[in-house]
Design a protein around this ligand. Structure first.
Ligand code: 7TS
Length: 408
């Protein structure tokens, strides 16, 4: 029995999407790794913004523009508090994790020289691989990888050897989106720093599951997406240490990121505006502020314990099905269950599960090097959130058994 001290029915009641049926089946949403559903408080906040507050920010002296600007900057402070950044201007609004990583690759990348090295891992989402390969090709840098082990953990023992005097940045996922592995971020960051290497943490899959404190971790950059932490799509944030952000040139040129522009030259604005060219996703930022305030109202220890119990229960149950292989059995693992069933195509399983109201993801999950490592084209991935229940896992397992019977 999954025990919880928080009231799961009260939590679920806040999510309109979860109240639906898919045909005659209740929706079982196990695609939280891709995006989370939104609580009513966030939906209402967006509604209020567009109904009553809509105006462009930082430019107007009028009533609505001032309200919008205040709320946008208040959202930045909410995110500062959420990740415990030292200053609010260390929080840059982006369109998501991908955008944040690209910003660092381009702007920090500008400071690097031919022959410098970027260290990433074999476990990364494509958005933490491709931007580094792009800047490496442009600047003549070398991208190196921490290798993956069979159980889904990274071979961090190789860190000392892979870090050289040329390694300027280490970038890695806090939590793997395809295997659920939780990387020992604090310890790794400390080692990288002792080599003089800066660290970017891809927190796309961690903030929704456990407390992340940028000052405690001492990461130099951290990127995350709003839509995975109960906020809107198209918004996210990049945290960067003040001195590094100041040192880096801007990412995009345009309005709001400048102090003065003449026909000859431009003087850039101060942080955080230097990195926020153009009209931003104002509603999104405000909605994200509401989402992280809402999430901060929970006790993370309870969330983590509850999700661990869900994962253990699902893992135990799925092992009763013949021919199941689980990918990712790290000791420290987040609530992601990736698996295959011998002889069956993941896509067929996903389709039959969908016909029974179960939403899972199939494919390579934008982590093709991970799939190559295991010699498979993809997996079926069930990813859980604290609004999921043991009863939903039972529905999933029964639906999976039915799908297997139909296909075998
Ligand atoms: N990094 C990790 C670890 C991710 O899981 C994702 C998205 C990203 C970066 C990119 O985030 P975005 O919001 O900028 O797209 N992961 C997934 C997934 O697992 N299924 O769909 C998106």
């Amino acid at each position: 029995m999954v025990e919880t001290s928080f009231d799961i029915e009260l939590i679920r009641a806040q999510f309109p999407t979860l109240q639906q049926k898919v045909g005659k089946y209740p929706l079982v949403y196990f695609d939280n790794g891709a995006t989370s559903q939104k609580p009513k408080v966030v939906i209402d906040r967006l509604d209020q913004y567009y109904k009553l507050e809509n105006a462009n920010i930082h430019r107007g002296v009028h009533y609505l523009s001032q309200i919008s600007t205040d709320n946008y900057e208040k959202a930045r402070k909410s995110i500062q508090a959420f990740i415990n950044a030292k200053h609010d201007h260390e929080v840059i609004f982006t369109s998501g994790t991908t955008d944040g990583i690209n910003l660092v690759a381009q702007c920090f990348g500008t400071l690097l020289e031919k022959g410098d090295e970027i260290l990433i891992t074999e476990l990364e989402h494509h958005s933490n691989i491709v931007p580094w390969q792009m800047i490496a090709a442009e600047k003549g840098l070398l991208v190196k990888y921490i290798p993956l082990l069979e159980n889904g953990e990274l071979d961090w023992d190789q860190l000392d050897e892979l870090l050289t005097e040329k390694t300027k940045l280490l970038a890695f996922a806090h939590v793997s989106n395809s295997l659920g592995t939780i990387n020992p971020a604090k310890e790794i960051i400390k080692k990288a720093h002792s080599n003089g290497t800066k660290v970017l943490l891809d927190a796309a899959q961690s903030l929704q599951h456990f407390k992340v404190d940028v000052q405690d971790l001492d990461c130099d950059f951290l990127a995350f997406s709003g839509h995975k932490v109960f906020g809107p799509t198209g918004i996210g944030a990049l945290y960067g240490k003040e001195d590094l952000l100041n040192e880096m040139p801007p990412y995009k040129g345009g309005g709001d990121m400048i102090k003065t522009v003449s026909m000859e030259k431009t003087e850039y604005n101060e942080l955080p505006f230097k990195f926020e060219a153009g009209t931003p996703h104002i509603a999104g930022a405000i909605g994200l502020g509401t989402a992280v305030d809402w999430l901060s109202g929970f006790n993370y220890n309870e969330i983590q314990q509850y999700e661990d119990e869900l994962l253990s229960y699902a893992t135990e149950q799925i092992k009763t099905i013949d021919g199941v292989t689980i990918y990712g059995e790290a000791k420290n693992k987040s609530s992601i269950l990736s698996f295959l069933i011998e002889g069956l195509h993941p896509y067929d399983i996903g389709t039959l599960l969908n016909q029974q109201g179960i939403a899972v993801r199939t494919g390579h999950h934008c982590t093709q090097p991970v799939m190559d490592h295991f010699g498979i084209p993809g997996t079926i991935r069930a990813s859980f959130c604290f609004y999921n229940t043991k009863e939903e896992i039972d529905l999933f397992i029964n639906a999976l058994k039915k799908a297997v019977d139909m296909l075998k």
